[in-house]
Design a protein around this ligand. Structure first.
Ligand SMILES: Nc1ncnc2c1ncn2[C@@H]1O[C@H](COP(=O)(O)OP(=O)(O)OP(=O)(O)O)[C@@H](O)[C@H]1O
Length: 637
């Protein structure tokens, strides 16, 4: 402390080494498995440092999984002074200088994976002691040094005879604790080494006590030479199968030289829900950083899973995620553009594949096309929509229908589609996610086509009016009908339409229903609430019950003169049309259905009883009180 420090009362932080080692080694990483990643990474960096000065230097990493675990490299090694400086100082790294710049030729070339000077501590998750035996390649006459470090922060340094390590390089040795033995068992070590190191650029081998040796890395398929484009495609598909366990619909090669990125985006063969973002495997300089990276691609690209290896992206300190900086944002945009290009290029290069792709991923494409004019122009004609002509593309549909009508909800579509189709109208179901918006953009892509929202008025206008005499004959019945359904804010019209088997059509839409509910609440409420709801009141939109004059049942109903039966008939027709809309019913609608059903049953049984008691088919059925009468009076249920 300087005199001036004393004067101002300045002090220096003290570090409790045990606590720090515990924090970094146990709490920074998500799983003990990372110990092997840190050891492999140090070995790779040591080889890069040696090769920067001597490109012909050997480049081998051997992991031995036996009673002890060792990782041996042919890298740069350390002198005794290096050991004190780098191994024994937490946060000090030979790969960066005091200003945080990468050190030396290898550092300048961006060859190093490590940078924080804390990685070795990950070994304390599985062992209480780390032993490093090292011989420097940079200082050939430097002795072999053994460093032993404990998780309590103590370390010793011993000079060993030259035979202890005849060649330059480093061996790190761990004696796993009993409770961590599962992480160093040979089979587990092979699995971990494959997972982390499959793309490492130096030879990595795992050996065991029985003399077994497994090579865990090979040239990735995108960097290897292939005999033909077909062989290349097959090699990529095989890589996808072994990495992700699916056969891709296609493989999109990724290459961004500016950040030294190469890899592949594999197109999922099945639809993935947009909410489930696919985890990508991101390697930095060959070493796996994450198998669940979700910020590598734009959100819309949820139909691919990537494997990439990049030099220019930065890891977070736990080395389990990508550091969210401008480079990552630029990489995300560039990879997004690449995937978009693949998609747009497909329509020219492989329409059959595009069809298969759209069959599986049309939701993703629709989501994407809403914000991307070029893609929309390219792909809208290919996208399937539910229409009155079946499941067809918009292009096909627009060719057959100069005016494309679109519903806002699936429910409206279900309701009017058969009748509209019979009346020659072309209707698209706009009720599914994105579809309504997309259909409305059709005129931008197909000049001359026109799109309109389907409303009840449009449908009714296309249904044939009945002749005035028939209308007049049905006037009494229609008056009862208007009175009965008027209570539900519904009008009644008599029209002729196909199919003749449909007795009635209820034209209604969700907005109108909401508006009616609001108006009813305003009527029921009092005080301030009624004023507020009342001030919102617009003209209350009414639904429309269209009775089909071509339907034999409706014709017979139209001639009913008995009021009670007419009420039951209209309630039954309205109830049936209501059910066909497939929307939830209100309490009063359910009560109406119930009532009409019971009344009809009553009428049917009455007819049956009268047939049994009355001789001759022409006699009128008796009333409920036993008196003869043409019809049974309506009963309230
Ligand atoms: N196998 C090795 N060969 C040579 N030097 C090594 C080896 N392993 C570790 N070192 C030295 O020990 C230092 C500390 O290693 P450590 O793994 O803790 O951090 P790092 O690799 O520098 O950075 P990071 O925390 O990002 O992994 C390294 O900078 C390096 O100088």
């Amino acid at each position: 402390m300087s005199p001036s420090d004393r004067a101002t009362g300045a002090h220096t932080f003290q570090v409790d080494l045990r606590g720090l080692v515990d924090l970094l080694s146990h709490h920074l990483y998500s799983s003990p498995r990372v110990y092997l990643r840190e050891l492999l990474q140090n070995a790779v960096d040591a080889i890069s440092a040696r090769q920067a000065a001597d490109p012909a230097a050997p480049a081998r990493i051997t992991v031995h999984a036996g009673t002890e675990l060792t990782v041996t490299d042919t890298g740069i090694g350390l002198t005794e002074a290096d050991v004190h400086t780098f191994l024994a100082t937490i946060g000090r790294s030979s790969k960066r200088d005091a200003e945080g710049r990468f050190e030396g030729v290898a550092g300048a070339r961006g060859d190093f994976i490590g940078q924080f000077g804390i990685g070795l501590l990950a070994c304390f998750v599985v062992a209480d002691e780390i032993t490093v035996v090292t011989r420097s390649a940079a200082t050939p006459d430097a002795p072999v040094i053994e460093w032993r470090g404990g998780s309590d922060g103590r370390y010793t340094i011993t000079t060993l005879p030259s035979e202890a390590k005849p060649e330059p390089g480093t061996t790190v040795r761990l004696a796993p604790r009993a409770d961590a033995a599962e992480w160093t068992a040979p089979a587990r070590v092979v699995e971990l080494a494959r997972d982390f190191g499959s793309l490492l650029r130096h030879e990595v081998t795992v050996t065991d006590d029985r003399g077994g040796a497994v090579r865990i890395n090979a040239t990735p398929p995108w960097a290897a030479r292939h005999g033909s484009p077909v062989a290349r495609r097959e090699a990529l598909a095989a890589h996808c199968r072994s990495t992700f366990d699916f056969t891709p619909l296609d493989s999109i090669e990724l290459d961004l030289p500016l950040v030294g990125l190469r890899g592949v985006a594999y197109v999922l063969p099945d639809a993935a829900p947009p909410s489930r973002r696919a985890g990508h495997r991101v390697h930095l300089k060959g070493m796996l950083l994450s198998d669940q990276a979700d910020d590598l691609l734009p959100e819309w690209a949820f139909f691919v899973r990537c494997v990439v290896d990049a030099d220019g992206l930065r890891p977070t300190a736990s080395r389990e995620g990508l550091y969210a900086d401008e480079t990552l944002a630029a990489v995300r945009d560039a990879l997004g553009a690449r995937i978009r290009d693949w998609l747009t290029g497909l329509s020219a290069s492989d329409p059959a594949l595009l069809h298969r792709f759209i069959g599986v991923h049309h939701l993703a494409v629709k989501a994407l096309a809403r914000y991307d004019d070029e893609l929309l122009r390219m792909l809208l004609p290919w996208l399937p929509f539910e229409t009155t002509d079946g499941n067809v593309t918009l292009d096909e549909f627009a060719r057959a229908h100069p005016v494309v009508l679109v519903t806002r909800t699936v429910e409206e579509f279900r309701q009017v589609a058969p009748i509209a189709a019979a009346a020659g109208l072309g209707v698209v179901n706009g009720g599914y996610t994105y579809d309504h918006d997309l259909v409305h953009r059709l005129p931008e892509i197909r000049p001359g086509s026109s799109v309109a929202d389907l409303d009840p008025g449009t449908v009714t206008a296309h249904l044939d009016a009945v002749d005035p005499a028939a209308e007049l004959a049905a006037a009494a019945f229609l008056a009862v009908a208007r009175e009965v359904v008027g209570r539900f804010d519904c009008d009644v019209a008599l029209r002729s339409f196909h199919p003749t088997s449909a007795p009635a059509l209820l034209l209604d839409n969700r907005e109108a229903r909401h508006e009616r509910t609001r108006a009813r609440l305003a009527d029921e409420a009092d005080g301030l609430w009624a004023d507020i709801l009342g001030s919102l009141r617009a003209e209350v939109p009414r639904a429309q019950l269209v009775l089909n004059h071509l339907n034999p049942l409706v014709r017979r109903a139209a001639s009913i003169t008995h009021r009670d039966l007419a009420v039951t008939a209209i309630e039954a027709l309205y109830g049936q049309a209501l059910l066909l809309t497939r929307r939830p019913l209100t309490a009063s609608e359910s009560a109406l259905l119930n009532r009409s059903f019971i009344s009809l049953l009553d009428h049917a049984m009455l007819g049956h009883e009268s047939a049994a008691t009355t001789p001759g088919p022409t006699g009128p059925p008796p009333g409920p009180d036993g008196t003869a009468g043409p019809h049974h009076p309506q009963k309230e249920s």
